[in-house]
Design a protein around this ligand. Structure first.
Ligand code: APR
Length: 240
C-alpha cells in the first residue's frame, strides 16, 4: 500500500481502541474467546443490564477499575504522548478505551468518547466526578453527597458517545486520520475513516490484524502497536 506522505500534514486525528492497551495487559473486547473478561458484553454494557442487575454491573466495572492499578502505559501510549507534546499543528486523540493509560502517559489533547472507568456519573445531580473506589459499595456522590445514584461513567450500547460534534469537526478539518488497535466493529467510531476520507484526509491504520474497515485506509500497517506507533511518531517528528 502507498505510504502516507508526511509533508502537508498539519491537523491529525488519531483513533485508538483496545488493541493499543493490549500490550499493557488490558483485555480486548473481541479476543479469541469472544467474551469480555468472562462476560458477554450485552450482559454488562447496556442500560438494560444496569436496570436488571445493578450490583452485577457495578461489580464488573469495579473489578476493571481495580485492575488499572496493576497496568502501565506501553511504548505506544508513550509515543502518542510525545507526539501530543511536540506536534505543532492541531492534534486530537480520540480513544474508545475507558482505561486511563493515555492520560497517565501524558496525552493532553485527548477525548474519551466511551467514557472512563475512573469517573462516576451521579444520576441525582447529573455531575461527573473522578472516582477510584468500588461503586458496588454505594458511596455518596462526591458532588451532591446523595447515596444510591452513582453509575459508571461509561457509554453503554445504545447510548450516544461523548463529544461527537467536536469529533466530527476535527474529522472534517484533518489532513491525516490514523486508527490504532481497533477492530472497526462498533459505530460511530468505525465510520470515522470514511468521514475523514470524504473530507480529503490521508488515512493510515495500524493494527494486529486487518480490521473491518481496512479497505477504507490508504495504508494499513499490520503488527503490534508497541512496535509500529513509536516508529511512526519518530518518522513524523523527524520530518516536521
Ligand atoms: N497491537 C495492535 N492491535 C492489536 C493488538 C496489539 N498489540 N492486540 C490486539 N489488537 C487489535 C485486534 O486485532 C483488534 O482488531 O485490536 C483490535 C481490538 O478490537 P476490539 O477488541 O473489538 O476492541 P475495540 O475495537 O476497541 O472495540 C470497540 O467495542 O465493546 C465496545 O465500547 C467497546 O470501545 C469498545 C468498542
Amino acid at each position: 500500500m502507498r505510504s502516507v506522505p508526511v509533508e502537508n500534514i498539519n491537523n491529525i486525528v488519531i483513533l485508538t481502541g483496545a488493541g493499543i492497551s493490549a500490550e499493557s495487559g488490558v483485555a480486548t473486547f473481541r479476543g479469541p474467546d469472544g467474551l469480555w473478561e468472562g462476560h458477554r458484553v450485552e450482559d454488562v454494557a447496556t442500560p438494560e443490564a444496569f436496570a436488571r442487575d445493578p450490583d452485577m454491573v457495578q461489580k464488573f466495572y469495579d473489578e476493571r477499575r481495580a485492575k488499572l492499578d496493576a497496568v502501565q502505559p506501553n511504548p505506544a501510549h508513550q509515543a502518542l504522548a510525545e507526539l501530543d507534546q511536540k506536534w505543532p499543528g492541531d492534534l486530537l486523540l480520540v480513544t474508545q478505551n475507558v482505561d486511563d493509560l493515555h492520560d497517565r502517559a501524558g496525552s493532553q489533547r485527548l477525548l474519551h468518547m466511551h467514557g472512563e472507568l475512573r469517573s462516576a456519573w451521579c444520576l441525582a445531580c447529573g455531575e461527573r466526578s473522578p472516582f477510584a473506589g468500588k461503586m458496588a459499595l454505594d458511596p455518596a456522590c462526591p458532588k451532591c453527597d446523595q447515596f444510591g445514584h452513582l453509575r459508571p461513567d461509561i457509554v453503554w450500547f445504545g447510548e450516544m458517545p461523548y463529544q461527537m460534534e467536536r469529533i466530527e469537526l476535527a474529522l472534517a478539518q484533518c489532513d491525516l486520520f490514523v486508527s490504532i488497535g481497533t477492530s472497526g466493529a462498533v459505530y460511530p467510531a468505525a465510520g470515522f475513516v470514511q468521514s475523514a476520507r470524504h473530507y480529503g484526509a490521508r488515512t493510515l491504520e495500524m493494527n494486529l490484524d486487518p480490521s473491518e474497515g481496512s479497505l477504507y485506509f490508504h495504508e494499513s500497517r499490520m503488527g503490534k502497536a508497541g512496535d509500529l506507533v513509536p516508529v511512526w511518531v519518530e518518522d513524523l517528528l523527524t520530518n516536521v
